[in-house]
Every structure is written in structure tokens, then in C-alpha cells.
Design a binder for this molecule. Structure first.
Ligand SMILES: [Fe+2]
Length: 52
């Protein structure tokens, strides 16, 4: 049985997407604790939903 082959452009694009989403998740996670705003009580759980 021949092994599964993925298109190299698709492979690179998916790898980049994974990297970008990982960085975005970490940045949003940090942001959700570093908020100084009247809306903290609303923004904190909202950003929690976003990074999840
Ligand atoms: Fe939290």
C-alpha cells in the first residue's frame, strides 16, 4: 500500500496556519489577564472564549 502524500504547498500552508494560531492563542491568553479597563469583567471571559 502506497503511503499518503500531501501536496507540499498545502502542507506548508497548514503548518504556517498552525504556527500563526498558536501565537495568536498565546497572545490573547496573555491579553486576557493584562486588561486594565472598565470592561474587564466582560472582556476577560470574552477573550477566554476567543483563545479557547
Ligand atoms: Fe481567565
Amino acid at each position: 500500500m502506497e503511503g499518503f502524500k500531501i501536496d507540499q504547498n498545502l502542507y506548508r500552508a497548514l503548518n504556517q496556519l498552525l504556527q500563526d494560531l498558536t501565537v495568536a492563542e498565546r497572545n490573547i491568553h496573555i491579553l486576557h489577564w493584562n486588561l486594565i479597563a472598565e470592561g474587564f469583567i466582560y472582556l476577560h471571559p470574552y477573550l477566554g472564549d476567543v483563545y479557547n
